[in-house]
Write a protein that binds this ligand. Structure first.
Ligand code: FES
Length: 141
């Protein structure tokens, strides 16, 4: 019998919106799965593609980048920059053995605690379907 897979999801979240939504979800006692590790960044535009690849190599089954809605970025166009990078990365990832579905980008505003919790639960379902990340070089669990 195979052991159940407990996926690990690394989420790079913008301080101004998604991180605040996560905090709100926490204080509103909205459950979100413990498989999620949040990494707070000042803006999604500051998430270097190298961090994303490193997260996969170090065991993330999925990586989420989540920031302010278009037009709401505190650094004007950081989220558009992130969107372009993610699009490019999705083309590159399969060449190094990572399915593009393992990388997600969402916009979750500061008051969207419910949306945050829902998105995290959906991610865990998707991660379970995808199974273990094939390029995991070490276990960070
Ligand atoms: S400040 Fe939130 S995405 Fe740029």
């Amino acid at each position: 019998m195979t052991q159940a897979h407990h996926p690990l999801i690394i989420a790079f979240v913008c301080n101004w919106c998604t991180y605040t939504a996560a905090d709100l979800a926490g204080t509103s006692r909205l459950a979100y799965p413990e498989n999620i590790r949040l990494i707070r960044v000042m803006c999604t535009g500051m998430v270097d593609p190298q961090y994303i690849i490193k997260a996969f190599l170090e065991g993330a089954d999925m990586v989420l980048v989540s920031g302010c809605h278009p037009g709401d970025c505190h650094y004007i166009n950081g989220n558009y920059k992130a969107r372009r990078r993610i699009k490019l990365l999705k083309e590159i990832l399969p060449r190094i053995g990572i399915e593009k579905e393992r990388l997600k980008l969402t916009w979750i505003g500061a008051s969207d605690g419910i949306q945050f919790s829902k998105t995290m639960q959906e991610l865990v379902v998707q991660a379970k379907k995808l199974g273990p990340n094939p390029v995991n070089t070490q276990s960070v669990r």
